[in-house]
Design a protein around this ligand. Sequence first.
Ligand code: ADP
Ligand code: MG
Length: 398
Amino acid sequence: MSDTNSNGGSGNGSGAQIELRNVTKRYAGQKIAAVDNVNLTIPAGEIVMFVGPSGCGKTTTMRMINRLIEPTDGEILIGGEDVRKKDPNELRRHIGYVIQAGGLFPHMTVADNIALVPKMLGWTASKIAERVREMLALVGLEPGQFANRYPRQLSGGQQQRVGVARALAADPPVLLMDEPFGAVDPITRAHLQDELLSLQDELSKTIVFVTHDFDEAVKLGDRIVILAEGSKIVQYDEPGAILANPADDFVRGFIGEGGAMKLLNVTRLADIELANVASAGPGDTAAQVLEKVNNSEVPWAVVLDDSKRPVRWITAETLAEIDGPIGDHSNADNGDHNAQITISGRSTVQEALEALLKADQNVVPVTVRRRYVGSVTLNVVQNAINQLRDKAKAGGRK
Ligand code: ADP
Ligand code: MG
């Protein structure tokens, strides 16, 4: 085979687009189709979450992608190629598949489970052994400790990690994950979710992930598909857009209580408009800074060091007392104080809200690579919510 060792390395190959065109599955003896004329494009390199009630056709839809189930009608394309034109076994070697509880073979060691597809692809023993070690390390399991264990000697979370390692072993462009973290406790699940996200940062696979947990969908998904009976697509959009503008009551039901808080949790400070707050360098004159303060939203300026890192806050009162450059002049009686609390632009608006509540004034400096980029206030949070709602409405849905 020509592709046996084309990309067995550290996973720099990115994912492939998946396209479902008028896909229908009707099981024998079923009155209504389990999957009814579905059209869906899953962009390369993204995590797309399928969310919907039990029995709505999520698993059926997913298993048609790797041909564990054959569609009754329609076409499925991966990277532009019709999956029906491929040998099903060959196809599955290039699609990772992870199911609940890992789906490991109980009579095989962890190493043998992970080596399964690389062996089928005819990799050499030494390359396989190296890959097994690499995969175990990637999912946070010490190779020396875990390679020769059997699945029953692992916790649920560890089995799930091995399941992910096995699915990734041959570096497939596509990963199908069917409620993979459903059987583990909430704390382990949160760890596994975090690990999947950091893996994805490195690997950029195309991941289709089924869950019935909307919060998991929001946390992991670049996009979410909300499915109803027959795999009918009720809404397909980015988590923020679904939270800001749910298509109907069915979607609202999935979002559950606290949709606005969840929206704050998926929106990053780098992506919203920050407050106009005066900033100053130590060499600026008090008069210059005071003029900026008078044109800003709050009666203070944030003083930055030479690398533009926030150092302290200076009030309009103190600025009025200074003649010439502000230097390190500070007057605690006026409320001047160190800028101890700052927040990264990568943080969510919800984290900013928490920082605001902790800070002793209603403004917190935001930094990107530790340089000051603007400030966050309660007003900023409110405006961000309004803008997200307007944007979601204007953008509509597919
Ligand atoms: P989900 O994963 O969303 O819970 P499934 O895809 O498993 O849903 O099932 C969709 C529908 O198809 C359900 O009504 C289910 O009972 C039916 N179904 C699933 N597998 C089979 C099968 N092998 N034979 C007949 N009906 C099936
Ligand atoms: Mg299912």
